[in-house]
Design a protein around this ligand. Structure first.
Ligand SMILES: Cc1cc2nc3c(=O)[nH]c(=O)nc-3n(C[C@H](O)[C@H](O)[C@H](O)COP(=O)(O)OP(=O)(O)OC[C@H]3O[C@@H](n4cnc5c(N)ncnc54)[C@H](O)[C@@H]3O)c2cc1C
Length: 376
């Protein structure tokens, strides 16, 4: 885990989960600022401390290059020798590679392209306009940072999850946690495939606890355009219908806030938190461009903030589907003795968050222990 935070994150990133929510088995945040958000350096320290506290036999800097089925388990080849194991838990992460649409290959060579893995800070980009593709957590955070650096910024917006940073005086993730939404189990989620593909919420962790939604970006002078559909003759072709995309996100946020309110009322929390709030609808620009000429010089750099994919290139067991996702039922992979952790809604909605690992791990490891007891 520390490796991904050391190598694949930009400089200004902070967790979007508050410090009190950073908890791993036997380790909790105990610093002076429970409502703050950790910097990348602090996340690395936290994970390194966990390696010590848990006394797990961590072998850092060792790459697994192949996992194959063997007669009584799995044969694992690493950059530091071979391992034979009856069981394997795949915890290699859900975000190993940035996702990039195939049409990025048709972008004219005069325009620079960078993903969130390659991006570090605004100074790294040449002067000139930036087109950010994607308006989830990564896209909105980089849009704000690059706009503040003085560059013209355009954001291409597709489906997104809008959330206020705070609601009724508490962090919105307190509500997700306390109301039980984050703890909702995978077998209770109505449309699991959809829940697993949901983009990250538009949130940023700043000391001021600011909300960073599309209205905030527009107020900073960021131009909003529709989802990027194709490249033709050096032009980015963008979908219309921003109004629908915005109202869907607004509607979903309202429904979520209704759920919070109902929960607070039912559980007698109304007196402890502020009054219910409702937020202005996402403002639809008076006119939106449906094309951007990528050869005009207006856009110097494209930042792909279009999500991430896992990488199972090293897994030589037929358990990966055509879309590159692991086939599993609550972390029990489709091959005896093989398990997974840390994938979207693996067992709960919070499965990919630091605070979500513990509950999932307990259940998955229970299954693993029973498997070992039955087979050996
Ligand atoms: C930009 C971004 C922001 C995030 N913000 C938050 C946040 O605010 N709060 C939060 O709780 N979560 C956040 N997350 C989710 C975050 O991924 C998890 O909190 C946490 O890092 C998941 O831990 P993990 O161990 O499951 O996966 P990862 O952190 O991805 O760790 C997987 C590890 O496996 C290693 N690995 C992969 N393949 C191999 C191999 N073949 N051999 C050896 N090692 C391998 C990787 O190098 C990595 O070290 C964020 C994720 C991203 C991408």
């Amino acid at each position: 885990m520390a490796n991904s935070w050391r190598r694949e994150r930009w400089d200004s990133l902070r967790l979007l989960t508050p410090n009190w929510q950073s908890r791993l088995p036997g380790l909790r945040y105990e610093g002076p600022d429970p409502d703050g958000y950790m910097t990348v350096g602090e996340v690395i320290e936290f994970i390194e401390r966990f390696a010590k506290v848990s006394r797990a036999p961590v072998r850092a800097g060792v790459n697994v290059t192949s996992v194959r089925q063997a007669d009584d388990g799995y044969h694992v080849t690493t950059s530091d020798g071979e391992i034979h194991s009856r069981t394997v838990v795949i915890a290699s992460g859900a975000c190993n590679r940035p996702a990039q649409p195939p049409f990025s290959a048709a972008v004219p060579a005069s325009v620079g392209q960078v993903t969130s893995f390659g991006y570090r800070d605004p100074a790294q980009l040449p002067e000139g306009g930036v087109l950010i593709v994607g308006a989830s957590a990564t896209g909105v955070q980089l849009a704000a940072e690059l706009r503040r650096s003085g560059r013209p910024v355009t954001v291409s917006v597709g489906e997104h999850v809008r959330l206020p940073r705070t609601y009724r005086g508490r962090d919105v993730l307190w509500w997700m946690d306390a109301s039980g939404i984050w703890g909702q189990r995978y077998d209770e989620v109505e449309d699991l495939t959809r829940a697993r593909r949901l983009p990250s919420p538009q949130l940023v962790g700043t000391p001021e606890r600011t909300t960073l939604d599309l209205n905030a970006l527009a107020s900073m002078g960021v131009e909003l355009v529709g989802r990027w559909a194709a490249v033709r003759d050096g032009r980015a072709l963008l979908s219309g219908g921003l109004r629908n995309v915005f109202s869907l996100a607004d509607l979903k946020m309202e429904r979520l806030l209704d759920t919070f309110d109902e929960w607070a009322k039912a559980e007698g929390y109304d007196a402890e938190v502020g009054l219910p709030e409702r937020f202005a609808a996402t403002r639809v620009p008076e006119s939106t461009r449906l094309q951007l000429d990528l050869r005009s010089g207006e856009i110097a750099t494209i930042v792909w903030a279009t999500g991430f994919r896992p990488d199972y290139g090293w897994l030589h067991v037929p358990v990966v589907d055509a879309k590159g996702q692991l086939k599993h039922e609550g972390g029990v992979v489709d091959s005896a003795g093989l398990y997974a952790l840390g994938l979207p809604v693996l067992r709960r909605r919070k499965s990919t968050f630091i605070c979500g690992i513990e509950d999932d791990a307990r259940e998955v490891i229970d299954h693993l222990a029973r498997y070992l007891a039955m087979h050996w």
